[in-house]
Design a protein around this ligand. Structure first.
Ligand SMILES: Nc1nc2c(ncn2[C@@H]2O[C@H](COP(=O)(O)OP(=O)(O)OP(=O)(O)O)[C@@H](O)[C@H]2O)c(=O)[nH]1
Ligand SMILES: [Mg+2]
Length: 613
């Protein structure tokens, strides 16, 4: 029998390179892929291609971030380079982890001004653990505040800090402006195009290993689906060949084995997928028509059914309860409202989303959904509402574990960059959330960089507060740093809620009367129900209010000045803000067209009251 060791050292295909692009959020990965696509001649001269073409889902385009890892491939000279673009936001780290199972090298992008940030560390650590060959790409060298030499030194420090092996430290360095589409191996030579980067990929990234003559082993690292093809498995062939018409064995994670036939095979080519009839070790391909396959499974030779090692990803750290909406307005907006429908949707999500878990609760009406962060979970909720779902969700909670009889909780490394004037307030804020400062650097530019360790719990709802305090100018990033014994209670929101005490329609008059008491979240004429939260009380207690009150009719004709009630524009909470805002006794009601906030117990006379402190 052939073993992986025996075949591991052979070059599968000298004309292939498989690389992933990894970096902290916004350091320019997707922009670099655009430039690589353009310069490899994938597009016709007159073809119009969207900016950040790989960010092709609605949510990605709206938010300007990458959420899902995606494949593309370009030709350079005689070589086909498979490139995987990955998300940089920490919540989508699971996407990066599984992507790395497909490639032999990585382009580590680092912003020439920001330098390495928490997610740079995370992705580099994962790449080094897998012994992938790195190429350092210092990007955005066109930035006026670029500090290239310093950033280069910081990256070396990071490699050493991560215990990189000797040969891993010997990486090529490219200086690029992804936006301008230029690269150079030296800061003294202005770049003209991306040829130096392409050359570095061909020269430094090893061609894929494996044996095309050995029995087939293809590791599924990603899933996609299409209306007419059904489920599409994307993966790397490590050994052997695959052909249309072949009978293959799908080695499942639970050790079962299914037999199936290969009916549709594709390779990547720019933004498209092209039909192919066969592929071999070293190739990254898509296989359609296998309904029952998930990430981490191996498609193997029908006789030689040996799976590849499983893809390990980090554990989730945050959970939320997704439940059937119990709002009196439930079902007005959405097509899918039942627990069955919500459960089916979550089951589907689990197939393609390796870092999400779903656990049952003591009632079928509610499911506990676990993920890497609030953003990851809120993106899932946002996708569901766009698909026509209605549901209610709880405040995010932190996943804890018991180790040697002690409760431990996830702790994050928090890196903050703010103007000096906000330093005091930020340190105080983080302090009340049980963060401790580990480092402070003031490089004399008027901004300071503060490093903290903080329980992940303390970060829930922090971003909004932080942005308000720093007038939107602060930058914060955080990364899972480990498990520590429970840090003790952290105070939640200090303010109470203004709660509608009856069903009806909000009036301008009632809003006008109440707006002195706090901040109103709704517009006049908006329907409300008993227990729905219509604003934030300036005080710490909840207050039941009649937001439907009409002005008393008087015999006297109102003067026109009186009529024009002056309303402060409401503070409308988006999904993420609402999730950050709520307390444990509150829920966010999500429908395709509305985000409402409510008390968990709607009836005022049954609700435990939050008292003034
Ligand atoms: N000045 C300058 N800006 C750049 C350069 N490359 C990218 N950008 C800008 O940086 C921003 C982020 O670029 P993206 O390509 O979306 O970054 P990303 O790394 O893919 O981001 P995520 O996928 O969300 O992690 C965009 O506004 C780009 O236009 C560059 O070389 N110079
Ligand atoms: Mg991107």
């Amino acid at each position: 029998m052939l073993t992986a060791q025996k075949t591991g050292s052979t070059i599968a295909n000298a004309f292939r390179r498989n690389v992933a692009i990894i970096a902290h959020v916004d350091h320019g990965k997707t922009t670099l892929v655009d430039a690589l696509l353009h310069q490899s001649g994938i597009f016709r001269a007159n073809e119009r291609v969207a900016e950040r073409a790989m960010d092709n889902t609605d949510l990605e385009r709206e938010r300007g971030i990458t959420i899902l890892a995606k494949n593309t491939a370009v030709h350079y000279q005689d070589v086909l380079i498979n490139i995987v673009d990955t998300p940089g936001h920490a919540d989508f780290g699971g996407e990066v982890e599984r992507t790395l199972a497909m490639v032999d090298g990585v382009l580590l992008l680092v912003d020439a001004s920001e330098g390495p940030l928490p997610q740079t560390r995370f992705v580099l650590r994962k790449a080094l653990e897998r012994r992938l060959t790195p190429i350092l790409v210092i990007n955005k060298i066109d930035r006026p505040d670029a500090r290239v030499q310093e950033v280069l030194n910081e990256v070396y420090d990071l490699f050493i800090d991560l215990d990189a092996a000797e040969e891993q430290l010997d990486f090529p360095v490219l200086y690029t402006s992804a936006r301008a589409g230029t690269s150079s191996t030296s800061m003294d030579v202005p770049g003209e195009d991306l040829r130096p980067l392409f050359d570095a990929i061909i020269e430094s990234v090893p061609p894929p290993k494996g044996d095309p003559e050995a029995p087939l082993q293809m590791l599924v690292a990603n899933l996609d689906s299409s209306d007419y093809l059904g489920r599409i498995a994307i993966g790397r062939i490590f050994n052997g060949k695959i052909k249309i018409g072949d009978n293959v064995a799908v080695c499942k994670l639970d050790r079962r084995v299914h037999e199936t036939k290969v009916t549709k095979l594709f390779a990547f080519e720019g933004l498209k997928r092209i039909d192919i009839t066969e592929a071999a070790a070293g190739d990254i391909v898509c296989l359609a028509g296998i309904e029952d396959v998930t990430i981490g499974e191996t498609i193997a030779d029908i006789e030689f059914r040996v799976p590849m090692p499983v893809i390990a990803v980090d554990e989730p750290t945050v959970s939320m309860i997704f439940g059937v909406s119990t709002s009196p307005m439930s079902g007005r907006d959405g097509q899918y409202v039942t627990s069955r429908q919500i459960k089916d949707r979550l089951d589907r999500e689990l197939l393609g989303n390796v870092s999400i878990r779903v656990e049952p609760t003591d009632t079928p009406e509610q499911m506990k959904v676990l993920g890497r962060g609030e953003l990851q979970l809120s993106i899932l909720i946002e996708m569901m509402r766009r698909e026509g779902f209605e549901l209610q969700v709880s405040r995010p909670d932190i996943v804890t574990k018991e180790v040697n009889g002690k409760i431990v909780e996830p702790v994050e490394e928090l890196v903050i960059d703010v103007a000096e004037e906000f330093q005091g307030v930020v340190i105080a804020q983080v302090g009340t959330r049980r963060g401790t400062m580990t480092k402070m650097v003031n490089n004399g530019s008027g901004r300071v960089r503060l490093d903290f360790r903080i329980p992940a719990r303390g970060l829930i709802g922090f971003r909004g507060q932080f942005l308000t305090e720093t007038k939107g100018t602060g930058i914060m990033n955080h990364l899972f740093a480990g498990w520590e014994p429970w840090h003790g209670a952290i105070a939640s929101r200090a303010t109470g809620a203004l709660v509608a005490d009856r069903e009806g329609v909000a009036t301008a008059f009632a809003i006008w009367n109440l707006q002195e008491r706090g901040e109103i979240f709704i517009d006049p004429a908006q329907p409300v129900y008993e227990g729905m939260i219509i604003g934030e009380n300036a005080r710490s207690a909840d207050m039941d209010v009649n937001i439907t009150k009409e002005k008393k009719q008087t015999n006297m004709r109102a003067s026109s000045a009186d009529e024009a009630v002056r309303l402060i524009p409401p503070r409308k909470l988006g999904l993420e803000q609402a999730i950050e805002w709520i307390n444990d006794d509150e829920l966010v009601e999500v429908t395709p067209h509305n985000i409402r906030i409510r008390k968990r117990v709607l009836a005022a006379n049954q609700r435990p009251k939050r008292q003034a402190e």
